[in-house]
Design a protein around this ligand. Structure first.
Ligand code: LCS
Length: 408
């Protein structure tokens, strides 16, 4: 469903949702009659809202559209952010959350309110995998993990009680893609809710709702905020689903975003289109440099012709993003030596920052996972993931060149 007011993505990122800031809720009596409203959406850093009368307060409880009551139920700063992201994703409505995992758990708890079965990609962000494989399993939800690059495997995993098809594209950390339009068609045919985590692509890289996907999620900790200052998430989709999520799982499980984090994210979004362009512009020559390096076995970047799904990437994405994954020939020792030697690239988890971040899963995020399980899922010992930042590509390449030099 479209929520389109502006022709261009940059105008949308700057202006969408900001009409609220022209009507400051809580304008105090001494301000009435004065002209001039804040150009930047104000931050409403308050937990509760006051009313003039019992009847006004009572009607806000009956009709929540008529007023704000309590920040766990909604806050004007959060609403500006939600309207902006709904516009960027081409969705009807959005719901901001305390974290990306808050968005994922809230969306799944909403779609699975009456229980049911999930078909999910076999390689997902690790916490999403644990949520599906452990926490939701303990609550009676079953998940079948499939190689979603093979559409037949999705189709044949669908059961009469399947409620959700859950996807990431590109995936974390292997950068596999799924054909979103084809997955949406399978989901529609069987009346299943399709959900995608769009964190790696951002709404600038792909708009899954326009391809028929029902629900789009983000960890706004990453590219959307872009400043490495917040942990936040968002769900985008049809108004009925978002309202159900807001009044149910979000409100009662409580993964609400703080007004300050909503505001910090609002500061980041206007530059997202520009930042995304630069992330893409930097990543391609860096991926090409890595692919030629003798210490490296293989490189995955959707923009490289060597990516097994490069044709799908060209068809489905409007830019290949800033994430690059590679396999070093020297295994774990080489991975550790490389990250120890890098100077501009910072050794840190997370992604989508203005700085280039590097992460060696085998010695860090996945070190507790048994080696055979890691190898089965492709998280091998020599795997290194880069989130290419906004520094000059030549400086990043020089840093990589000096660090990779010790592996030769
Ligand atoms: N989805 C994806 C694709 C992610 O990469 C992450 C976090 C999340 C959801 C969860 O978001 P959060 O709750 O942290 O806002 N990814 C991380 C990573 O690759 N390294 O550190 C965190």
């Amino acid at each position: 469903m479209k929520n389109k007011k502006y022709k261009g993505r940059s105008t949308e990122a700057i202006h969408a949702g900001e009409t609220l800031s022209t009507l400051p809720t809580g304008t105090t009596e001494h301000q009435v009659g004065k002209t001039g409203v804040p150009l930047l959406p104000p931050i409403y850093q308050n937990s509760t809202f006051q009313f003039q009368s019992a009847s006004e307060c009572a009607s806000a409880f009956i009709d929540e559209e008529s007023g704000y009551v309590y920040t766990r139920w909604g806050n004007p700063t959060q609403e500006v952010l939600e309207q902006k992201i709904a516009a960027l994703e081409g969705g009807e409505a959005a719901l901001a959350t305390a974290s990306g995992m808050g968005a994922i758990s809230t969306a799944l708890l909403t779609a699975l309110a009456e229980g049911g079965h999930v078909v999910a990609m076999e390689t997902l962000y690790s916490a999403t995998f644990h949520l599906l494989n452990e926490d939701l399993t303990q609550m009676g939800v079953e998940t079948t993990f499939v190689d979603a690059t093979d559409l037949d495997k999705i189709e044949s995993a669908v059961r009469p009680d399947t409620k959700v098809i859950y996807l990431e594209s590109p995936t974390n950390p292997l950068l596999k893609l799924v054909d979103l339009a084809a997955c949406a068609e399978i989901a529609n045919t069987h009346d299943i809710t399709s959900i995608i985590d769009n964190t790696f692509a951002t709404p600038c890289g792909q708009q899954p709702i326009t391809l028929g996907i029902d629900i789009v999620l983000h960890s706004m900790t990453k590219y959307l905020s872009g400043n490495g200052a917040v942990v936040a998430g968002v769900i985008v989709g049809e108004k009925g689903f978002i309202e159900h999520a807001q009044k149910g799982a979000l409100r009662n499980f409580g993964a609400v975003i703080s007004p300050f984090n909503a505001w910090l994210t609002l500061l980041g979004i206007p530059t997202l289109p520009l930042r995304f362009e630069k992330h893409c512009e930097n990543a391609l020559p860096i991926a090409a440099f890595l692919e030629e390096h003798p210490a490296i076995d293989w490189v995955r970047y959707p923009g490289l012709p060597s990516h097994p799904q490069h044709e799908l990437a060209k068809r489905q994405m409007n830019g290949f993003g800033g994430m690059i994954t590679m396999e070093l020939k020297g295994g774990r020792a080489a991975g550790e030596a490389l990250v120890n030697r890098l100077q501009i690239c910072s050794l840190a988890v997370s992604l989508g920052d203005v700085r280039t971040l590097v992460c060696h899963p085998a010695s860090t995020t996945h070190s507790h996972v048994p080696i055979e399980v890691r190898q089965q899922t492709g998280i091998t010992d020599g795997l290194v993931r880069f989130s290419i930042g906004l520094e000059d590509a030549e400086d990043i390449i020089a840093d990589l060149e000096q660090a990779l030099g010790i592996l030769l």
